[in-house]
Design a protein around this ligand. Structure first.
Ligand SMILES: [Zn+2]
Length: 118
């Protein structure tokens, strides 16, 4: 059984989990894991809270502890959100360059938007 964390093959059986699943211990990184861990589904709101906290400067470890979610899980939410945001920005950039906006054009549009949006 490969370690779920470091992918080492140096793992040994380590009793059963509460759900009766085989538990393993990794001799490489000393962590304990179960066979085929079930992916838990967290509500979207929880992810959004985690991402908001992170952008407010809260450390991942603190977020994980207060939301009772694994550190790795929080980290992957933040990574995914970051990638999505970058894609959005890139897509926006592409649209802007396709329309051949010059800088002045962008500013004009911003002004228009401001007027319309009060
Ligand atoms: Zn390991």
């Amino acid at each position: 059984m490969r370690c779920a964390y470091c992918k080492s093959e140096r793992t040994v059986k380590n009793g059963k989990s509460n759900q009766g699943k085989q538990r393993y211990k990794c001799k490489e990184c000393d962590r304990i894991f179960v066979e085929n861990p079930q992916r838990r589904h967290y509500p979207k709101e929880l992810k959004e809270i985690a991402i908001r906290l992170f952008t407010d400067g809260v450390e991942i470890a603190v977020i994980a502890r207060s939301l009772k979610v694994l550190y790795e899980t929080v980290r992957s939410w933040i990574r995914n959100a970051g990638e999505k945001a970058i894609k959005k920005i890139e897509a926006r950039k592409n649209i802007l360059s396709k329309k051949k906006f010059n800088k002045a054009g962008i500013y004009e549009n911003v002004d228009l938007y401001r007027k319309e949006g009060k």
